[in-house]
Design a protein around this ligand. Structure first.
Ligand code: TXA
Ligand code: MG
Length: 559
């Protein structure tokens, strides 16, 4: 079935546009008269048809290329209509009232009015009342229950904006309503009340935890996190198909954070691949196809952008793999993200802890004058390259670098000297006047320093180096410990450090004391570092101690 033209209407989510209701009335008529309408819901876009008309429902399966044993969800404009289409005599149903409208689909015994083609031959039907105003108004205006799967070609990631629907279904449907990007980003939770204990068949917008609160007991179908075994049948027929899947192979990456970041960094720099990682990971995974799925502590963003990221990365012509970080937990919306990633990858999981060959990273810190440079000397003698973050900090402030541009945009021209270079003095005056300004400066500089550090690590790794040492006075104020295999703090008595600074920098006692007062005290380093080296002795003695520690680290990290 090829339609000559698909009409596309832009509609505001709150229906405040002057033509919005007219567009919905037009689309509702199309539904009533046996046409196909793609529309936004709060989860993903749906491909709707009159659920009571068997012939029209056939068109959905055809347009999507969907196996016809995979049942469709029936969408209603209100909870109160449910009794018309399913048996509502169920002790648990009233408790779910609080989620309807919402991203929840409830499976109940169906009434005869619902054709078997809608329910994929089952005696049950999934009912959902979407939260989206566009969706509910459309259903209400059509006057019919609307059968709607996600509006993608079967097997592809579900559409979260009209562009995805247009790419998949243009010419195959009568109307597409463009209501912008969907909010939740993953599909509704499907729960069946036809089992003794309510059972979640598909995790989604309403969490397991929230359902437990209202229902008391809720089970999770094993197929949510494990592939079906041979001969096993899926409770939700849709869960047995390879799903949400780009054509490019997807791999899920798990393991300790430093190993995950090491794995992604190495892959992004050596392979033609795309990477999905947290916003905070971006400075540590440099590469041209690296995408953020939001902050580590905002799993709802991962859910919102996941499908768009999979579509985007799949459209890149020059990549052979997509590597995605698994969510931090399986609580809340993260269970749905985890489930979709498992399906997209066909359960291909890589444990980064098993990738032992990457370059090992030692974080080195300590107060000024304690002897970090001497430790670097000992490291170099053992073939370990060192990266001086102070030096990088100076380099990234050079004129016309990205950091230079971001800093001058953030703090204004008042940080620039006459020759347009950044004046460290002027910058200092501004940022030390307020903690917020200082935090902003650190956010910007740490990002660019980390990026450069990782570029250098990549170069060393490619050159065959087995280990690298990052010399960073403010290591723990930055995010760099996240990529370190271990951390070393070099400390020394205050009097000794003061004498060293005076001698090294040729400055007065007063100036040396001022410099020292900016550094954290030794307790801070003792608490934070994996290893502490005290340096109150001669250079030769300290070098020997550093060498012994490095030997120990080498055998511990095995390089
Ligand atoms: O958020 C959503 O649920 C979206 C929007 C458009 O509402 N719809 C959606 O539909 O995701 P679809 O067809 O892509 O996925 C429906 C899932 C399938 O896994 C299907 O097997 C399951 O729900 N399902 C539907 N009716 C069922 C039933 N009677 N028994 C068991 N599972 C059912
Ligand atoms: Mg679907």
């Amino acid at each position: 079935m090829i339609l000559n033209s698909t009409r596309i209407f832009k509609v505001r989510p709150d229906l405040s546009g002057c033509d919005d209701m007219a567009a919905l009335r037009f689309a509702a008529d199309v539904l009533k008269n046996g046409g196909l309408v793609a529309f936004p819901t709060e989860t993903v876009y749906g491909l709707g048809a009159n659920a009571l008309d068997e012939n029209v429902v056939e068109k959905i399966f055809e347009a999507k290329g969907r196996p016809n044993d995979n049942p469709l969800i029936v969408h209603l404009s209100s909870y109160e209509d449910m009794h018309k289409y399913c048996d509502i005599q169920n002790e648990y149903l009233p408790k779910l009232y609080c989620f309807m409208p919402g991203p929840l689909t409830v499976v109940l015994p169906k009434k005869d009015i619902i054709p078997k083609s809608v329910s994929g031959g089952l005696d049950t039907v999934g009912i959902r009342v979407p939260q989206s105003l566009i969706a509910r108004k459309l259903i209400e205006l059509s006057g019919v229950p609307v059968a709607a799967p996600s509006a993608n070609v079967s097997g592809k990631p579900s559409p979260t904006c009209a562009e995805h629907v247009i790419n998949d279904l243009s010419g195959k449907v009568d109307v597409i309503i463009d209501g912008g990007s969907t909010g939740v980003g993953v599909e509704s939770t499907v729960i069946t009340l036809c089992t003794q204990v309510p059972l979640i068949l598909r995790p989604g917008g309403v969490s397991h935890e929230a359902l437990k609160v209202v229902l008391g007991k809720v089970d999770l179908s094993p197929s949510i996190t494990a592939p079906l075994k041979d001969g096993e049948t899926a409770f939700a027929p849709g869960m047995k198909y390879r799903h949400y899947a780009p054509e490019t192979p997807v791999y899920l990456i798990k393991g300790e954070e430093k190993n995950v970041l090491g794995f992604l960094r190495t892959k992004a720099s050596n392979e033609k691949c795309a990477v999905l990682c947290y916003y905070e990971d971006l400075p540590f995974v440099c590469g041209k196809s690296v995408y953020s799925v939001g902050g580590k502590n905002s799993p709802e963003i991962y859910a919102r952008v996941l499908f768009a990221c999979l579509r985007k990365t799949d459209s890149l012509s020059d990549i052979n793999a997509i590597y995605a970080r698994i969510p931090e937990s399986t609580d809340g919306i993260s269970l749905a993200v985890y489930n979709r990633l498992l399906k997209a990858s066909g359960f291909s999981m890589i444990n980064s802890d098993e990738y032992k060959n990457r370059i090992k990273i030692i974080g080195l810190t300590g107060p000024t004058g304690a002897g970090k440079s001497l430790f670097c000397l000992a490291a170099k003698k053992r073939g370990i390259n060192c990266i001086d973050t102070d030096k990088i900090g100076h380099e990234i402030l050079q004129k016309d670098t990205p950091a230079y541009r971001e800093l001058s945009e953030t703090f204004g021209r008042k940080i620039l000297d006459k020759d347009k270079t950044i004046s460290r003095k002027k910058l200092g005056e501004i940022v030390f006047s307020s903690p917020e300004m200082l935090a902003e400066l650190n956010r910007i500089t740490h990002k660019y320093i980390s990026l450069r550090v990782c570029e250098i690590i990549n170069e060393y790794e490619k050159a065959g180096c087995k280990a690298v040492c990052i010399d960073a006075p403010v290591l723990f104020e930055s995010d760099i410990p996240r990529i370190c295999d271990c951390t070393v703090g070099v400390i020394a008595d205050e009097k000794i450090r003061c004498d060293r600074i005076i001698k090294r920098d040729n400055i007065t006692v007063k100036k040396a004391a001022a410099r020292m007062s900016a550094a954290k005290d030794t307790e801070f380093f003792k608490e934070k570092c994996d290893f502490i080296l005290e340096n109150n002795q001669s250079e030769q003695e300290f070098l020997a101690c550093a060498d012994i520690l490095l030997q120990k680290i080498e055998s511990m990290l095995k390089w």
